[in-house]
Design a protein around this ligand. Structure first.
Ligand code: NAD
Length: 532
């Protein structure tokens, strides 16, 4: 008790190799088989109780949509009320617990992931979200463990921040949790994001009502199992899958809503914010709004760039996880003097993508998440097929008969404002505009003004003066800016992640900036002499 304790030094979870015959590969194969072959029933979890409403929907594999992994129960307005009540009740004890005890729960989660939960979470993410082995490993195991370990350290650093005191007084700041509950709403594309959206506010002493994405229910439920196993007290995180049209409003109308931790599309976050504004007079305090949203991420190639680096970065950046990363490269600007060199290299890289089922561990390209996403992607590709100002140089097909497979597709658009250069598609579609080398200035204005987003961007150049100039000119185009690297793959503790403009509130997941949003500081001044 009587000690100023320090948290363990955080480290990035090592990425396992999964070599043939290795222990980790065998463990993963066992989990894949178990979760594939044994459909489960997923309840709501409210105050630690499993609740089955009987109103159910199915969890399927996107790459084999006829295969059911689970049935899950959907929350209605009544369960939303119960979840809010459970969060408010659990808060009383949770916020009283010394922060070091809270820290220990989350550190234990991270260690459980390194050990027995890694294969469980990876397998669920592969089957439910159609991620290949490597993508699942860097998400559900590495990024999630990193969020937990680094956030514990950031929490300690925040709590260490104290004001100065003048003679005769002692000034302190204590970092209270917010008054009320936090609503966490997660997207389908990263299991780790679902984990972080709920655990980051909880770490700071808050309690949470979590609405997971309906296309990532299996991996989200596995997270709830992890929390329980790590000793997270009942009611600290409450799990309520459900239709957003049904659960959304009662959550946003609660007087106890203290904050929203959201990741997903810009449109949904904007609608939620609007509803919060409409309800503003109901709340006991102004809800904290933290949202990481859409992107239209770019790669800009300068004539001095190394063409091999650009080809690899473009294909990895655009097509890893089928282009369903918010940071995926989706528009690219190439100088005409280098296009003839770059084009064949791009085609060679794309030819190495092997489309198929996630259970083929040597495959690297799988399905998009659902039929809506498939149809949306194909509608953009159809527009490119039909447009005289666009040419599809690879891909352009799709097949949803067994799974939602969209071919990795590269479009070359002579119009830099062609629709696929401007709108987020969230699928394996990269559009390239080839610009005249002497048109650099105009291109930079276009990069800045083409889309409403500002999430990630990458520049490729060898000329140092150009790198400096581009870095300055493109200041507001991306919250995560890359020099000679692909625009995706941020690592917790190394590159805090988030974008501005319509890409979100830029509170940088996996950094102290995010955790600061989940605390409300109280300043205490104590005077030792007579008050003057
Ligand atoms: P989405 O916006 O469709 O859904 C996100 C979540 O919001 C889901 O849980 C959904 O059920 C819920 N939701 C939808 N309408 C709601 C409502 N009215 N009330 C309450 N909840 C509601 O996003 P998605 O398809 O799951 O994810 C893809 C999007 O997420 C892309 O736009 C991508 O760029 C973005 N994204 C951004 C980041 C980032 O860090 N900036 C990271 C991952 C994903």
């Amino acid at each position: 008790m009587n000690a100023i304790m320090q948290t363990p030094e955080p480290y990035n979870e090592p990425i396992k190799g999964y070599m043939a015959g290795s222990e980790e590969r065998l463990a993963l194969e066992r989990e894949l088989n178990r979760q594939y072959e044994t459909p489960i029933d997923i309840p709501l979890i409210i105050g630690g109780r499993e609740i089955r409403t009987g109103n159910t929907a199915q969890v399927v594999c996107p790459h084999e949509h006829g295969h059911v992994l689970a049935e899950y129960h959907l929350a209605g307005a009544e369960e939303v009320g119960q979840a809010i009540a459970a969060a408010m009740a659990a808060k009383v004890e949770w916020q009283r617990l010394p922060w070091t005890d809270r820290a220990a729960v989350f550190l234990k989660m991270a260690d459980l992931i390194s050990e027995r939960f890694g294969p469980i979470l990876n397998a669920a993410t592969m089957l439910n979200q159609s991620k290949n082995l490597f993508q699942a490993e860097i998400d559900a195991t590495c990024e999630l463990a990193d969020f937990l370990r680094f956030n514990v350290r950031f929490m300690e650093e925040i709590y260490s921040g104290q004001p100065r005191s003048a003679p005769g007084m002692w000034n302190r700041v204590e970092y209270r949790p917010l008054e009320g509950f936090i609503l966490a709403v997660s997207p389908f594309n990263f299991t780790a994001i679902g984990g972080n959206l709920a655990t980051a506010p909880a770490m700071m002493g808050n309690t949470v009502v979590w609405k997971p994405s309906s296309t990532a229910i299996l991996s989200s439920y596995r997270l709830m199992e992890l929390y329980r196993r790590a000793g997270l007290p009942d009611g600290v995180i409450n799990f309520i899958p459900g239709h957003s049209s049904i659960v959304g409003d009662p959550l946003l109308e609660s007087e106890n809503l203290a904050g929203i931790h959201f990741t997903g599309s810009t449109g949904v976050f904007t609608r939620m914010w609007r509803k919060v504004s409409d309800n503003l007079t109901r709340y006991r305090s102004y809800p904290r709004m933290v949202g990481e949203t859409g992107g239209k991420d770019y790669i800009f190639m300068h004539e001095s760039a190394n063409v091999e680096d650009v080809a690899v970065a473009a294909v990895q950046g655009a097509f890893q996880y089928q282009g369903q990363k918010c940071s995926a490269a989706s528009r690219m600007y190439v100088p005409s003097s280098r296009w003839d060199e770059l084009k064949p290299l791009l085609l060679e890289e794309v030819a190495q993508l092997r489309i198929g089922d996630v259970r083929n561990l040597d495959g690297n390209f799988n399905a998009v998440i659902d039929e809506r996403s498939f149809d949306n992607a194909m509608s953009y590709i159809e527009r490119a097929h039909a447009a005289p100002e666009a040419e599809i140089i690879v891909g352009g097909g799709g097949d949803k008969s067994r799974g939602y497979f969209v071919e990795p597709t590269i479009i070359v658009a002579s119009d830099p404002r062609f629709v696929t250069m401007e709108e987020e598609i969230f699928a394996p579609v990269l559009t390239i505009h080839v610009y005249a080398d002497d048109n650099l200035e105009e291109m930079l204005d276009l990069i800045d003004g083409t889309s409403t987003y500002a999430l990630t961007g990458a520049i490729f150049a060898r000329d140092r003066h150009i790198i400096r100039m581009l870095t300055e000119r493109l200041t507001h185009t991306a919250g995560n800016f890359y020099i000679n690297d692909k625009p995706s793959g941020a690592v917790v503790g190394l590159q805090p992640f988030g974008g501005a403009r319509c890409s979100g509130t830029n509170d940088k997941a996996g950094s102290h900036l995010n955790l600061l949003r989940w605390t409300s500081a109280r300043t205490i001044k104590e005077t030792f002499g007579a008050p003057a």
